[in-house]
Design a binder for this molecule. Structure first.
Ligand code: NAP
Length: 432
């Protein structure tokens, strides 16, 4: 029997476990570890609550967790409760699927002012991430800024714009729903340091902005290159740009505006003890297509600034780390130690991108670790002994089902569940 540990229960972790199970059949036991007693990582804490169809992929992960060769072991933090070296003693291979949960910094003065938050914090707040439940983003002013032109920036702008009614059917947490309902934000400026042809927004996500109940997107036609230039774009980007162009024709008859400000790079954030404005430099594209400052400055008022400019992975003691992810070659970090997903590639790609990624690394493991046993590895039994000796009480998949059932039973009308937002609540629910 072989024993494998997958650290992290988001999409990358589950696809890798699924692939390992397929590769080894009954000849392996696979443990998916997570620091929380609730699985699914990005699906639970990252995917927007009003995108339930994307979250439905967790049904597939349920099947993996329920299969006989796979166990979920929650409430265990690798690097704190148990080291990677100890895991490598216990398991034939260890796969780090820890995602990229931290915000990249903008690197401008004033970034630490109150009211400037990263998208991981803001998204975590409305999605019930225990670390960000108390974020309490300032929604009392009329202006907010979202920095970045990717899909996460769109998520943040859309969530700030929706009415309570539009959250029907979502699993947005109660505290965020209440706060957003009383929000006074009316103008959300989306700052892109480059132009419409350089956006990283996909058509479906962008298209949603044109159909909101009480908010309308605003674009400046002068920011766009001539229409004919769109033909050179990849089909997906061409569609996004065409949607953006179409926003210029929308009637401006809603209470809230989502204003696309292109060629706009934040250079300083200012305010007395809290953010009041962002100083922005007009940019143009240089010969390589990068944003180059023109020296022309202007200010945009804001009492909330959300930076949505990408994420980085958490370092783990003794694992080589550089540029926001683990140093690896095609997923291999060191002998028997691998990385998958955002921890391997950096924070790009959709949920589905993690599937081939996980399968590829599972193939590498299967080539390096033949079925059979060298008789030395204890797997979960050894891990549980070690954790027990340190007073750490892991949770299992049945515990998660109990938590899930309780969340579903607490759901307000029109919502699939009311999530617990604190670690203690999860543990209390399972009698700890
Ligand atoms: P992203 O797609 O990489 O976009 C990051 C944005 O931030 C880019 O517009 C980038 O501009 C900008 N940026 C980076 N550094 C900046 C700086 N210093 N100043 C100003 N702007 C800066 O990242 P993301 O939005 O975090 O999304 C991560 C991944 O998740 C993406 O693959 C995304 O498609 C995916 N995702 C998908 C969905 C969905 O399918 N519904 C939802 C959310 C996220 P430059 O291009 O100029 O660098």
């Amino acid at each position: 029997m072989r024993h494998f540990a997958v650290v992290g229960s988001g999409p990358a972790g589950f696809y890798t476990a699924e692939a390992l199970e397929k590769a080894y059949g009954d000849n392996a036991r696979i443990d998916i570890l997570d620091r929380y007693p609730v699985p699914y990582g990005l699906i639970r804490f990252g995917v927007a609550p009003d995108h339930q169809s994307l979250k439905a992929v967790s049904k597939r992960y349920d099947k993996v967790a329920e299969s006989s060769g796979v166990d979920f072991i929650g409430n265990v933090t690798i690097g704190r409760d148990v080291s990677v070296a100890e895991l490598l003693d216990l398991y034939d291979a260890v796969v780090l699927a820890t995602g990229a949960p931290h915000d990249r910094k903008l690197g401008v003065p004033g970034e630490d002012l109150a009211g400037v938050v990263g998208s991981a914090e803001f998204v975590g707040w409305y999605n019930g991430h225990p670390e960000f439940a108390d974020l309490d983003p300032p929604l009392g002013g009329s202006h907010a800024i979202v920095v970045g032109n990717g899909n996460v920036a769109l998520d943040c702008a859309r969530i700030l714009s929706k009415t309570r009614h539009e959250f029907e059917g979502s699993d947005i947490v109660g505290h965020a729903l209440e706060a957003l309902e009383h929000s006074r934000v009316r103008t959300i400026t989306i700052l892109g340091r480059r132009g419409p042809h350089q956006i990283a927004m996909t058509p479906k996500e962008l298209g949603e902005l044109g159909h909101l109940e009480d908010a309308v997107p605003v674009v400046e036609t002068a920011d766009f290159p001539p229409l004919g230039a769109d033909e050179a774009l990849d089909p997906g980007l061409r569609k996004s740009v065409s949607l953006l162009r179409g926003f210029a024709d929308l009637p401006q008859d809603k209470t809230k505006q989502m204003v696309f400000d292109f060629f706009a790079k934040p250079v300083r954030i200012e305010g007395e003890g809290k953010v009041e404005r962002v100083i922005v430099e007009r940019t143009e594209l240089d010969e390589k297509g990068a944003a180059k400052g023109t020296g022309q400055m202007y200010e945009v008022p804001a009492s909330l600034v959300i930076t949505a400019i990408g994420y980085s992975t958490s370092p783990i003691a003794e694992v080589p780390f550089e540029g926001g992810r683990f140093v690896n070659e095609n997923g291999l970090i060191a002998e028997r130690l691998y990385a998958v997903g955002w921890a391997r590639r950096g924070p790009t790609g959709t949920i589905g991108t993690n599937r081939p990624d996980g399968y590829e690394v599972a193939d590498q493991i299967a080539a390096a670790v033949p079925a059979g046993s060298n008789g030395e590895r204890d797997g979960a039994a050894g891990l549980k002994r070690l954790l027990g000796s340190r007073g750490v009480m892991p949770t299992d998949y049945d515990d998660w089902r109990k938590i899930e059932e309780t969340e579903v039973s607490r759901a307000r009308p029109g919502s699939p569940r009311e999530k617990f937002v604190r670690h203690e609540e999860w543990l209390r629910t399972i009698g700890r």
